[in-house]
Write a protein that binds this ligand. Structure first.
Ligand SMILES: N[C@@H](CCC(=O)N[C@@H](CS)C(=O)NCC(=O)O)C(=O)O
Length: 248
């Protein structure tokens, strides 16, 4: 059995970045999914901090999606961060624009909509659990939801801002990919992987790790409104061409 393990949330964009990088480099690994809420006890116990994703390689812990991608890039034949320093700087800037800006804003919209429909929240994050564990988790959602609302500032105005962020993100990828199909240079890089992982949280994607169960109406209407946007086509194409690897 592999001694590489990914501690993850299902379907989260930062976790999808890590899964995609593992698949890109063909790294054999197993996954341990944790549920939002109970993760606050389990992750500090296992890793000394609360967030996912964390990659465990033997005794080494690599914490956070960017660190995981860069750790897997070391010595790789096909690195996700270009070796050319100017291209690498562009990739870093786009990664930061999503990870520290657009993705957290969009995540508010998703979490806000999911918490309003407990069955949708359970379907997204607890799909792998047994029916008994899903029922228990659903019963705990009042408590979990209070924590999530406070942590991420889930309010209607912030959820509306997240919808604007989705449009901004689609415009950005449509504009930047117009010439080459890619966001930086003429190859697939971490910039594409990051933007696509983030947008897949909203639109879903044709890989088992990011297919989405039926969405709450508030999210489905956003997805429908933007179905013809060129940024949507970019998302589908990037997943089709570059998202390797089976779901585990
Ligand atoms: N900068 C981190 C962000 C990771 C992150 O926000 N993870 C979320 C899941 S989407 C999480 O674990 N949230 C639970 C918490 O913060 O307690 C990365 O790139 O990995």
């Amino acid at each position: 059995m592999s001694d590489v393990e990914l501690l993850q949330f299902l379907r989260s964009p930062y976790n999808e970045k890590a899964r995609w990088a593992l698949a890109h480099h063909g790294v054999a690994h197993r996954r341990r999914s944790v549920l939002p809420g109970p993760h606050m006890l389990l992750m500090p116990f296992w890793t000394g901090q609360a967030q996912t994703p964390v990659l465990r390689r033997g005794k080494e812990l690599v914490i956070g999606s960017g660190a995981i991608v860069r750790a897997l890039d070391v010595g790789a034949a096909d690195p996700l961060v270009p070796r050319d320093p100017a291209l690498a700087a562009e990739v870093d800037a786009l990664e930061a624009r999503f990870d520290a800006g657009l993705t957290p804003r969009m995540r508010v919209t998703v979490l806000h909509a999911l918490l309003a429909e407990p069955s949708a929240w359970v379907a997204v994050f607890a799909e792998e659990e047994s029916p008994a564990s899903q029922s228990f988790y659903r019963a705990m959602l009042g408590v979990v939801g209070r924590g999530v609302r406070a942590k991420y500032g889930l309010r209607p105005d912030a959820a509306a801002d997240g919808r604007l962020a989705v449009r901004e993100a689609l415009e950005l990828v449509a504009t930047r990919s117009r010439e080459t199909g890619y966001l930086v240079g003429d190859h697939f890089t971490l910039a594409d992987l990051t933007a696509a992982s983030s947008l897949a949280m909203i639109f879903g994607a044709a890989h088992p790790d990011m297919t989405m169960p039926p969405r709450p109406a508030a999210l489905q209407s956003l997805v429908d409104e933007l179905s013809a946007h060129p940024g949507r086509r970019w998302l589908d194409t990037v997943y089709e061409r570059h998202r390797r690897g089976p779901a585990l």
